[in-house]
Design a protein around this ligand. Structure first.
Ligand SMILES: *Cc1c(COP(=O)(O)O)cnc(C)c1O
Length: 420
């Protein structure tokens, strides 16, 4: 028996190395407050979900109101106002060409739904296509289907024999973009794939790897030419993260299927949506019941989560949110700028409101020995940062201040002095 104190098994946590969890009792704006009275700056938006800040008053009050009125209803055969409003508002904000909205409850589920929509489309069109093309280093979730379309590695080695086979094209590293595009073109032409799934502009869990909008645009063109469905996984990149509301906007790309979650409720409650083109819905639309889209989660379009999403979408209708994003983009550039000429770091980068840099160490990678040391250092400075191995990234809520960011970057610099 282990000597664990709490019966809780935490996510992505090796309890034998870390059993003490920081107890948080309150969140407000960019700050978290611990049980023992410390104030922590949330520099990673609580795992990339919090956009306007913790406990935004508009979202909190929408949740309160909805919870008193209708807090759950089976979504087959029923509908409700918050979901109808969310769907209508989404269609106004997302890239054109997306016409239908399927609700679920997490990013992973929204990706599973996207894959099933793509396979169902080809199945119902009587053109069976089942192969999925993916990008090297991708992350799309932790369920078996989403692990299958994600990078193979330490995260999923135990399950590898059960993951389905996919075709992987190289990440478009700076200077080698054409090789990645050529590989996609060949895969599309020779393997008759059902779909290509990609994280637009930034691969998150893969290490905050960034690539330019023109490459995304080219990838969409290549898929279109071979009639391969283009799935944009904007679970992390959506909601202003890349500087625009959605990353695809920057490449003027209209995906055939798009997944949104994380910031969909402003980071307050779990909810996800998968949007698709009309003809994907139409391929399932029939008096023949075998062509039904057979997918559901118990909490599909939960009314309280939908009300939170509605409040979030209202905030995005407001000019102020885009102005906040623009100011975070500017502050982030100011913060990361000096590191570009700093010999202790490499691959210093920024896309929109996200910055990342790699601390120069002998052994890199996610399990690099430096990871836990960096983590402990930032904890001691009352900063919530969670490096991916030797990659440190900053992804704050948009209410972060210049002073907060100064504190964060000062700690990153000090960490390099103390640990590297
Ligand atoms: C976080 C993430 C997911 C999975 O979302 P969950 O809500 O954690 O299931 C999928 N795709 C991308 C790009 C993500 O960053």
């Amino acid at each position: 028996m282990s000597k664990k104190k709490s019966p809780i098994w935490h996510p992505f946590t090796q309890h034998a190395l870390q059993d003490e969890m920081t107890k948080i009792v309150r969140g407000e704006g960019a700050y978290l407050y611990t049980a023992d009275g410390h104030r922590i700056i949330d520099a990673i938006a609580s795992w990339w979900v919090v956009t306007h800040g913790h406990c935004h008053p508009n979202i909190v009050s929408a949740i309160q109101k909805q919870a008193e009125q209708l807090n759950q209803i089976i979504f087959a055969g029923h509908t409700h106002e918050p979901a109808e409003e969310v769907a209508a508002l989404l269609l106004k904000l997302v890239p054109r060409g997306l016409d239908y909205v399927f609700f679920s409850d997490s990013g992973s589920t929204s990706v599973e739904v996207a894959l099933k929509m793509a396979l169902g489309y080809w199945h119902n069109m009587a053109k069976p296509r089942t192969r999925i093309v993916v990008m090297q280093h991708s992350y799309h979730g932790d369920t078996v289907g989403t692990m299958s379309v994600g990078a193979r590695g330490v995260f999923n080695a135990a399950y590898e024999p059960l993951l389905f086979d996919v075709t992987s094209v190289p990440f478009p590293t700076g200077g080698h973009e054409q090789a990645a595009l050529d590989a996609l073109e060949i895969a599309c032409r020779t393997e008759n794939p059902a779909a290509f799934i990609v994280e637009p502009l930034i691969l998150g869990a893969g290490g905050m790897l960034m690539y330019p909008a023109w490459v995304l645009k080219e990838m969409k063109r290549i898929c279109e030419a071979s009639d391969v469905l283009f799935i944009a996984d904007e679970v992390m990149t959506g909601w202003g993260r890349t500087g625009t509301l959605f990353a695809c906007e920057q490449a003027d790309v209209s995906p055939d299927i798009a997944c949104y979650s994380k910031g969909l409720t402003g980071g307050s409650l779990p909810l996800a949506v998968t949007l698709c083109r009309a003809d994907i819905f139409d391929a399932h639309y029939s008096k023949d019941r075998t062509r039904t889209f057979f997918h559901s989660s118990s909490y599909t379009a939960n009314p309280v989560a939908s009300a939170a999403a509605k409040a979030n979408l209202d905030l995005w209708q407001n000019q102020e949110s885009s102005e906040r994003v623009a100011s975070v983009v500017a502050m982030q550039e100011q913060g990361i700028g000096p590191f570009r000429a700093d010999a202790r770091f490499k691959n210093v980068r920024r896309t929109g409101t996200i910055t990342a840099l790699d601390l120069k160490v002998r052994d890199g990678g996610y399990l690099a020995g430096i990871g836990p040391k960096l983590q402990a250092f930032f904890n001691s400075r009352n900063l919530l940062l969670r490096p991916l191995g030797n990659t440190i990234y900053v992804m704050p809520p948009y209410c972060v201040t210049a002073a907060d960011l100064e504190e964060i970057y000062a700690a990153i610099s000090d960490a390099a002095d103390t640990l590297a």
